[in-house]
Structure formats: structure tokens, C-alpha cells
Design a protein around this ligand. Structure first.
Ligand code: LRH
Ligand code: MN
Length: 432
């Protein structure tokens, strides 16, 4: 049995050799332009190189909707193959050193082997995700009417036990956080007692918090609707924040960018959660309508920039307890997931770099003197600066590819995986 195909360092070196001249020229021009603005491009490139975001294991397989899923070629058939694909994203993009797993989707017998395989690719594990929004085969105590907020204490106990099991697995993988998103809610007015449901959730989650190791955090993930379409127990940042307050110092609020009503000012939610030292971090993606789980920066790149603008502001003023976890949570229904994840990581790096070049002194002066347009234009100036050459040079210096998608396509990786991984019917490696 030959070793699974992997992309050679030579291929990346040859790819970069062709592009290095042009990208260095562009970078030098950007460097001069930034220097005229008092910005040290080299320092910026180092900060960008240190930026990392976690890849969701459920994102490397093709996703779908309730209508259909159209599996792609060479889909990963198990978590080990998912990690091989995460390794390609890191090899070429150099911005995704961690993985966020989901259980029981990523359940294996030997977690030490899983941790080892990831480490062999220089990858580590970020927050683990529990799943009490699906019943497992033969599950008697169903989550149909909820999990941590269910009216039946036996179902709540089952959901608590699953989360505690995820913590145990996470400890074996070296994680330091548990993300808890529950689908609990109702489809009819009157179906659920809105207050009792929240109280049951808080009491149940308190038992999960009690099971956390000393240096762990729990991330509460709010979502406006879906799969519940009348009420959702943890529907917005306010409820999540209040619950996290009640649950104590280990409980934080995770912001999935797709989990808000249209036109909600997400960057202000981020600023609030930072202000109250309750920001867990992010599930980055983009959306036009609902929880579309589209590629980060593909619909509203300015909104993404504004989120990072708040994060850099917090970083600059050394906001108390500021340690956000950056994770992607997307569903790739019509693209090669590896390409989408590489490009999404680049768009996150871009928003981060642009937020770093905001002239904060000029911005504050304009804000303090109510120069509305002046202040806005300070942000626009950063957002309209094309930092692509700097991102590419930082990637190249870190051993990645100057143009990751072009290098990936040149490698023939997907076609090779299509041969290595004959499709197995009935399984799904993406969402649904
Ligand atoms: C819910 C969610 C949650 C995950 C799931 C895969 O919509 O964002 O974070 O558990 O997607
Ligand atoms: Mn999410």
C-alpha cells in the first residue's frame, strides 16, 4: 500500500521561483507606499505571518443543503484523511496551523494517533465542538425537542454527558476549549416556555462548566434561527452574554458571523463582548441572507474588515482577557473545499492586515472632533489598500506558495485523491 499522495516541497519551490520576481517588485512598491504613511511593512509582514485561523474538519468535505449535496472528487472518508487535507491548506497557505474537530463526526478509537498524525503535519487542535443537534443511530433519548434545555432531565443528562466526553477527547488532543452550539428552540408560539427553557439550559451548562479543566474555556455559540424557526434558546449575543455571566469566568461568547439577522452590526457586538471580557472568538464565514456558511470575505469583505478593526483596537488598548480563538465554519457546496479554505484564510489575513494599517492616531483625532467623514475615510484608506503582495511575501517566507490555489491545481492533488479515495456511498464528510 503506497503512501498517500502529498504535494512535494519541490513543486512549491518551482511554483514560487516563477512568481517571486514579480511579487517582490509589487511588495517593494507597497513597502514604499506604506513607509510614506509611517507603516513598517516588514513588521506588518511578521504580524501577518503569526496570524492563524483554525480549519473546521467538517469543512474539508463537500457540504450541502437540505435539498442536496453533490459530493466532489476524492472526498476525505475519515478524520485522518480530513487532516491530510488540512495539512495541504497549511502547506500552501501557511495561515491555518490548527484544526477544530467535531464529535461524534470525528470519533476514533485512538486519539493519540490522531494527535500524532496532526503533529506530523505541524498541526494542533483548537476548540472541540459537541453535537447535540443530531441523534446517533439507535439513540433512545432523542434531541428532537432539544438537548441541554430539553424538558426531560434524562435527555439533558445525556447531552451533558456528551459534552463532558468531548472535553475528555479534547484533553487527549491538546485542545483548551469546548464550543457548545445547541439547536434547541421551537417552531410554534406556545410550544416552549421561553424562560424555563433558558433556565434548564443554564443549569445543564453549569454542569459542563464544572467538568472543565482549570485552563479550559467553554464557548457558547448563539444563532438567531434554524433548525428552530419560531424561537431559539440561545438566539442572540445578549442571551449568550447573560448566560456566560451566570456561568462564570470560564464561559465566553462565540460569534459565528452567519448567525445574526440581516444588517445586524456584528462589529459592534464584537466590541461589546470585548468590553465585557466575554469574547470567545469566531466562526468566520460570510452570508447574504441566512446562515449561508459561504466563504469568508466573499460577500461582505468590508464587514469582515470592520470586525478586525474592532479586534485590533482591542489588541492596541490591551483589553482585559482579550484572547479570541479564530476558527472558520463554512460549507463548501460548489467549490473544492481545499481551495475555498485556502482563499478564506487569505481573506481573513487580508482583513487583519488592513485593520493593522489603520492610522489609529488620525482616526481617534477625527472621532474626538466629530469629523465623521474624516474618521470614515481613515478606515476606507486602509480597506482600499491592496495588501496582497505583502500577504504573498509573508506566505513565501514561511515556506508556503505565492499563489496557493494555482500551486494546488498544478499539483493534481484532487485528481490523485480521487484515485486513492474511491467514493464510499452513504457517508458525508461535509455538512449534512
Ligand atoms: C451551527 C454551526 C455550529 C456547528 C455547525 C456545524 O449552524 O455554526 O457552529 O456546530 O454549524
Ligand atoms: Mn458555527
Amino acid at each position: 500500500m503506497s503512501a498517500p499522495f502529498s504535494i512535494s516541497a519541490e513543486l512549491v519551490a518551482e511554483h514560487n521561483a516563477q512568481l517571486e520576481g514579480a511579487i517582490t517588485e509589487d511588495y517593494d512598491a507597497l513597502k514604499r507606499a506604506l513607509a510614506r504613511r509611517g507603516i513598517d511593512a516588514e513588521a506588518l509582514a511578521q504580524k501577518v505571518a503569526a496570524f492563524g485561523v483554525a480549519i473546521p474538519t467538517w469543512g474539508v468535505g463537500t457540504g450541502g443543503t437540505r435539498f442536496a449535496r453533490f459530493p466532489g472528487q476524492g472526498e476525505p472518508r475519515n478524520v485522518f484523511e480530513k487532516i491530510d487535507d488540512c495539512a495541504v491548506i497549511q502547506q500552501l497557505g501557511r495561515a491555518t496551523p490548527t484544526i477544530s474537530p467535531h464529535f461524534p463526526w470525528d470519533k476514533v478509537d485512538d486519539y493519540a494517533a490522531l494527535r500524532e498524525q496532526a503533529a506530523s503535519h505541524g498541526l494542533a487542535f483548537d476548540a472541540v465542538n459537541s453535537n447535540t443537534f443530531q441523534d446517533q443511530p439507535g439513540q433512545e433519548l432523542s434531541y428532537k425537542f432539544g438537548s441541554l434545555s430539553h424538558t426531560d432531565a434524562r435527555v439533558r443528562a445525556r447531552a451533558i454527558a456528551h459534552n463532558v466526553e468531548c472535553i475528555e477527547v479534547g484533553r487527549k488532543l491538546g485542545s483548551k476549549a469546548l464550543t457548545v452550539w445547541i439547536a434547541d428552540g421551537s417552531n410554534f408560539a406556545g410550544q416552549s416556555n421561553l424562560t424555563k427553557a433558558l433556565d434548564r439550559y443554564i443549569d445543564a451548562t453549569r454542569e459542563i462548566v464544572a467538568a472543565l479543566p482549570a485552563d479550559w474555556r467553554v464557548f457558547l455559540e448563539h444563532k438567531l434561527y434554524e433548525p428552530a424557526f419560531y424561537s431559539t434558546v440561545i438566539s442572540d449575543w445578549g442571551t449568550s452574554f447573560a448566560a456566560a455571566q451566570e456561568l462564570g469566568p470560564k464561559a465566553y461568547c462565540l460569534v459565528d458571523l452567519g448567525h445574526h439577522a440581516p444588517n445586524v452590526n456584528i462589529e459592534q457586538i464584537v466590541a461589546r463582548l470585548v468590553r465585557f471580557n466575554k469574547l470567545a472568538g469566531f466562526h468566520f464565514n460570510d452570508s447574504k441572507y441566512g446562515d449561508d456558511d459561504l466563504d469568508s470575505g466573499s460577500v461582505e469583505p468590508f464587514r469582515l474588515f470592520l470586525v478586525f478593526n474592532e479586534l485590533i483596537d482591542a489588541e492596541r488598548r490591551k483589553a482585559e482577557g482579550f484572547a479570541p480563538a479564530y476558527m472558520i465554519d463554512q460549507s463548501h457546496n460548489v467549490t473544492d473545499p481545499i481551495e475555498s479554505l485556502m482563499q478564506s484564510a487569505i481573506e481573513l489575513q487580508r482583513a487583519y492586515a488592513q485593520a493593522l494599517i489603520v492610522d489609529r492616531g488620525a482616526l481617534e483625532a477625527a472621532q474626538e472632533t466629530n469629523d465623521a467623514l474624516g474618521a470614515h475615510l481613515e478606515l476606507k484608506r486602509a480597506f482600499t489598500t491592496d495588501v496582497s503582495p505583502l500577504l504573498a511575501v509573508a506566505r513565501m517566507r514561511a515556506g508556503g506558495a505565492i499563489a496557493p490555489i494555482a500551486a494546488y491545481r498544478a499539483s493534481g492533488y484532487r485528481a490523485r485523491k480521487a484515485r486513492e479515495r474511491p467514493a464510499v456511498g452513504g457517508t458525508s464528510s461535509g455538512i449534512v
